[in-house]
Design a binder for this molecule. Structure first.
Ligand SMILES: [Zn+2]
Length: 196
């Protein structure tokens, strides 16, 4: 689970520092994975393996990138392409719509998707999803999924929830819009689709 692939600015706070991997270090990590026989798979590959026992390559690994920062396009994307690795990028649709240069543009998203990267939703505006009305949850969950599908021409059925800030109402809405699975930051080692 990566966030920033860039050198933090001089005035970076501790969160920016903690969430950053320098591009040179990232390339060394990818090179390590490639030379040690790892293959980057998508979360769809993982899901298929758990759901219908689809065969995975030996040493499969999923590389994810949160929040859709501009450096995903500038550094992560070219390096993943260079080494033939798949990346899953979780983007926040309103942050793209805002035109903020710290985030990806839809053109970048389209290019990354066309090159085989997985683009998935990380909600519309990255809110705390707990204790929300149903309409708010649908707006946060379904809207960005539809936007990604419209821009990339690919159906997206995964959704990354913001950190641990969700409740059962969120899960109900996810199921109601046919989301296959969601990703959180809960650590674990279970290989199962129960509570996917
Ligand atoms: Zn996030």
């Amino acid at each position: 689970m990566y966030h920033y692939i860039s050198v933090p600015p001089k005035d970076a706070d501790k969160y920016r520092l903690d969430l950053s991997v320098k591009p040179g270090d990232f390339e060394l990590q990818i090179r390590y994975l490639v030379s040690n026989g790892y293959t980057a798979i998508s979360l769809y590959d993982l899901y298929s393996s758990l759901a219908v026992s689809a065969t995975l390559p030996p040493k499969p690994i999923v590389l994810t990138f949160d929040d859709g920062y501009r450096d995903a396009y500038e550094y992560a994307f070219p390096l993943l392409k260079k080494y033939g690795m798949n990346g899953t990028f979780f983007v926040i649709s309103d942050f793209i719509n805002s035109g903020n240069p710290a985030y990806l543009t839809w053109d970048m998203v389209k290019e990354m998707s066309a090159s085989g990267m997985s683009i998935e939703s990380h909600t519309r505006s990255h809110p705390d999803m707990r204790n929300r009305a149903n309409d708010f949850l649908v707006w946060q969950i379904l809207g960005p999924i539809e936007a990604i599908t419209a821009y990339t021409g690919k159906t997206t059925t995964l959704l990354l929830l913001s950190l641990r800030k969700y409740d059962n109402a969120v899960i109900r809405v996810l199921k109601s819009v046919d989301t296959w699975a969601a990703v959180t930051t809960y650590p674990g080692t279970l290989h199962t689709l129960v509570d996917a």
